[in-house]
Design a protein around this ligand. Structure first.
Ligand code: AHR
Length: 529
């Protein structure tokens, strides 16, 4: 793993030490370009799980009500009560997974409130404010949302305020074979005789905070209670433990140490979550989403790189307790968290604008996930709509995608590809911030390369070469997300300000030359012979 280094030229590579062995046979770089990128086609890292491009939708502000759910009787175009424009957007980016119902909301949520006829569901007080939670959107509607969007459900179980039995009953309601149990029959009465076959289950959320304020040892005990019996119905479940917030080693160490002390028991964990928000720039207060200077831009993106450090540290700790590597990392909340004030409607609690800055931090984060495809099984951008780092904004009949959506659209080409080593050699755009960052993946003879130029004001002229024993570049096209204004963002009135545009590339003698504008994310579709 490479950490940001304060050198004049920033080398960013996702390959192993063997990368350096080939430096003796460098490609024939031509003079002129300031940066060089080398795709290490013979150095596969691992398959990029499509789930690394997952999402998160919590009962919070305008995420579910106003964002996702408009109801079957609504004049707003919908499919079975789900906002149609949102479904179209999710289909376009091939959304692979959605985490629900929280977040902190999950730690107070009783899934039984959200099944059965809607008119008889109880109204409760939500977690985030005193607004009533009608439970109009429950498991039935969420599963419909997943089916219509093509995403796999990822359910977060309430480990703070419900007993373990409620968790296994929720699994039963979702997964028991048709007609086999009382809960399977209730599911059928709710419209689905067939099981939902939910595979991904979060066993708690932020159990060190809103999820119970447990110590790691207490959480380990609760985790054992919750997972010692979970009905499987012949399927493998992906049980995800509530990992740390940020680069917190102690939570992970002490949890696994507590597990180890319980002899004869190995935790049925397949995933360990990490949450990472960029929620201040070291000034002890949240920043503004829209009003920022070039220095704030740089510092935000520098902090985005910390995700790579977190992945490395957590992976190292897991390795000590799980030498067979059956546990993968799940970054199930990430993004920037700004102060209130830029939300598109006052009811959108934690709503905030997404600018080109957020597009770049998302792109750089997704590139990190790709470069660590061997360690990660899922990631969920926080959150899908009308909230932090949102892909979409909606209010009543208004709807607009954000620059973050366009990143997910560009990066769709990475889903399921084989992540490849990548070596970027470019002068730093600012101390600790690389001149270029990116990732590459391969499917058959096609390579997808994504590169971000994090400089707010300087384009980068770069050459791109392939390092391979048996293949060479044969053709390439590229597109770019950019805007002369680093604050560019979407509004209901003016629509989108950041959209993909073609980027011209020049391919000669196996060397691709391109000028990547300042503050831009580019995708290259490369064919090999
Ligand atoms: O995404 C908003 C909140 O941030 C989530 O509910 C919680 O898990 C995290 O602290």
């Amino acid at each position: 793993m490479v950490t940001p280094e304060l050198t004049r030229r920033h080398f960013l590579t996702s390959a192993t030490a063997s990368t350096f062995a080939f430096l003796a046979c460098k490609p024939a770089w031509s003079a002129g370009a300031t940066a060089r990128v080398e795709i290490l086609a013979d150095e596969p890292i691992g398959t990029i799980a499509p789930e690394l491009y997952g999402h998160f939708a919590e009962h919070l502000g305008g995420v579910i009500y106003d964002g996702v759910w408009v109801g079957e009787g609504s004049k707003i175009p919908n499919e079975h009560g789900i906002r149609k424009a949102l479904l179209d957007g999710l289909r376009r980016i091939g959304a692979p997974a959605i985490r629900w119902p929280g977040g902190c909301f999950a730690d107070s949520y009783d899934w039984l409130d959200g099944i059965g006829p809607r008119r008889s569901r109880p109204t409760r007080t939500g977690f985030w404010d005193d607004r009533p939670e009608t439970n109009a959107f429950g498991t039935t509607e969420f599963m419909r949302f997943c089916r219509l969007s093509g995403a796999a459900p990822y359910l977060a179980a309430n480990l703070r305020s419900l007993p373990a039995q409620s968790f296994s009953r929720w699994v039963e309601y979702c997964n028991a074979p048709a007609g086999s149990t009382d809960l399977a029959r209730r599911r059928a009465a709710d419209g689905s005789p067939r099981p939902y076959d939910v595979r991904h289950w979060g066993v708690g959320n932020e159990s060190w905070g809103c999820g119970g304020n447990f110590s790691p040892e207490e959480y380990a005990e609760e985790f054992r209670r919750f997972t010692s019996y979970v009905p499987l119905y012949g399927k493998q479940l992906d049980l995800i433990g509530a990992g740390p917030g940020g680069d917190e080693s102690e939570w992970t160490e002490r949890f696994f140490e507590a597990m180890r002390r319980k002899t004869g028991y190995s935790p049925p964990l397949t995933g360990w979550s990490v949450h990472y928000y960029i929620d201040d720039l070291g000034r002890g207060q949240k920043e503004d989403a829209l009003h920022f200077g070039a220095d704030d831009w740089t510092e935000t993106l520098r902090r985005a790189l910390k995700m790579e450090i977190i992945i490395g540290h957590q992976w190292d700790i897991l390795g000590r307790y799980d030498p067979k590597r059956s546990i993968r990392l799940v970054a199930d909340e990430y993004g920037a968290w700004y102060r209130p004030g830029s939300e598109l409607d006052p009811s959108h609690l934690l709503g905030q604008q997404s600018t080109l800055r957020d597009a770049l931090l998302t792109a750089m984060t997704l590139d990190i996930f790709n470069r660590h495809a061997d360690k990660m099984s899922m990631a969920n951008c926080a959150q899908l709509i009308n909230c932090l780092n949102a892909l979409f904004f909606a209010h009543e009949d208004k709807f607009v995608p954000t620059p973050v959506f366009r990143v997910f659209e560009l990066y769709r080409a990475h889903h399921g590809g084989q992540s490849l080593g990548l070596r970027c050699d470019a002068p730093e755009s600012a101390p600790g911030l690389p001149g270029l960052a990116g990732s590459a993946s391969r499917r058959d003879r096609g390579i997808t390369l994504t590169l971000t130029n994090p400089s707010p004001d300087r384009p980068v002229e770069t050459q791109i070469a392939l390092k391979s024993a048996g293949a060479r570049l044969s053709s390439a096209i590229a597109q770019v997300l950019a805007n002369g204004d680093i604050h560019a963002h979407s509004t209901f009135e003016n629509g989108e300000a950041v959209r993909p545009a073609p980027l011209s590339v020049d391919l000669r003698q196996g060397l691709l030359t391109v000028r990547i504008p300042a503050a831009a994310v580019a995708r290259f579709d490369i064919e090999l012979v």
